[in-house]
Design a protein around this ligand. Structure first.
Ligand SMILES: NC(=O)c1ccc[n+]([C@@H]2O[C@H](COP(=O)([O-])OP(=O)(O)OC[C@H]3O[C@@H](n4cnc5c(N)ncnc54)[C@H](O)[C@@H]3O)[C@@H](O)[C@H]2O)c1
Length: 330
């Protein structure tokens, strides 16, 4: 199959593109290599993809018509839209980068798909759309009260894709990811920051007194779920059991997670064990925009794609640290 992955030099996009290429698909990867975090990491991921047969990189922004046209030149059958300005906390500092990439950029992509129909559009959303929900979040729960601008732009992604699915019949699945982690991960995320601090003998700031729980999802498990969903485009009016299908459009949202949230302190212990050094912890209250718990109800995911492997945080963190040691030493 010909598949366009936006955000292919990013953390999840890189792993997804690599898996798809390994399965024999042709992949076009669009990415602007934005400087939100160390661009070398994005360049290295992209170089690995470029060394694989079947990959074509397009460098440029979603909002750039020329770059989008180049990305669609091979008439992709499926689009997985992962490019975005990610990160909850940075949305307080740099709000316009979120509206540019996540709203204007997503609209530009939708316009491209409108004129070049695809079998399935899968677009990244986020568990952050659930706001302050404490219980296991189900796809049909209300998401009207985002507590960060990042979450608001992900909610907008869901709403915009729904309108295009309805108006132009684009089968769309919105992927609500829950704290994805693993090798080649993002330097702005807790695992990367904690690892660098602990290994360097510096203290770590533990927000929410360490009692926050996250449905940490190992990146390979995430990619397994996404690749299996590619062939499961929603069909308007034909929901499967438990589906969050729209009443008027071939559109659904789905939680992508293991459904087993873990306390931040267990996550930190896994890092300490993998590095072989105890962390000095600054216990701090919650930060603005953070949510206490993220926990996914994963019945819909199981119905659609069966049991997805669930890597334990201990194994997943160990895999990250092994990669990180090699990357840092390089
Ligand atoms: N990693 C997680 O835990 C997580 C959780 C929830 C949702 N998500 C979402 O999943 C997607 C992938 O996340 P990630 O962790 O791989 O993030 P990432 O930042 O590593 O990857 C995003 C990529 O998009 C590119 N990009 C940003 N704006 C662009 C634009 N306007 N045009 C072209 N390229 C652009 C960046 O250069 C980057 O390589 C994002 O949409 C993110 O919001 C991630």
């Amino acid at each position: 199959m010909r598949i366009l992955v936006t955000g292919s030099a990013g953390f999840i996009g890189f792993h997804l593109a690599r898996r798809l290429l390994g399965e024999g698909h042709e992949v076009v990867g669009l990415d602007a290599l934005t400087p939100y975090y160390d661009v070398r990491l994005k360049q290295q991921r992209q170089a690995l993809l470029e060394a694989m047969p079947g990959f074509r990189a397009v460098s440029g922004r979603l909002e750039d018509a020329g770059a989008l046209a180049a990305a669609f030149a091979d008439a992709p059958e499926v689009v997985v839209h992962l490019a975005a300005q990610a990160g909850v906390r940075y949305s307080i500092e740099a709000p316009f980068s979120y509206t540019e990439s996540n709203i204007t950029g997503t609209l530009a992509l939708l316009e491209a798909v409108r004129s070049r129909p695809v079998k399935h559009l899968l677009a990244a959303s986020s568990s952050s759309v659930y706001g302050m929900a404490r219980q296991a979040s189900r796809e049909t729960d209300g998401t009207d009260h985002p507590v960060s601008l990042y979450a608001a732009t992900k909610k907008a992604t869901e709403a915009m894709t729904h309108s295009y699915a309805h108006l132009f019949g684009i089968p769309t699945t919105c992927l609500r990811f829950f704290t994805v982690y693993g090798p080649w991960g993002r330097p702005d995320m807790a695992l990367f920051r904690f690892t660098e601090a602990i290994a360097g003998g510096r203290p770590i700031d533990v927000y929410g007194e360490g009692r926050m729980r996250r449905d940490f999802t190992f990146v390979e498990d995430t990619v397994t779920a996404v690749t299996r969903l590619i062939g499961k485009a929603p069909v308007q009016g034909q929901p499967v059991a438990g589906d969050s299908l729209s009443p008027v459009a071939p559109w659904r949202v789905i939680n992508i997670a293991g459904g087993r949230p873990v306390e931040l302190m267990r996550f930190i212990s896994a890092i300490e064990a993998a590095i072989g050094r105890a962390a000095q912890k600054n216990m701090l209250p919650m930060q603005a925009g953070d949510v206490t718990d993220t926990a996914a109800e994963v019945a819909l995911l199981r119905t659609l794609v069966g049991d997805v492997p669930e890597t334990s945080v201990e194994d997943g963190v160990r895999a990250f640290i092994e990669w990180w040691r090699g990357w840092r030493g390089a």
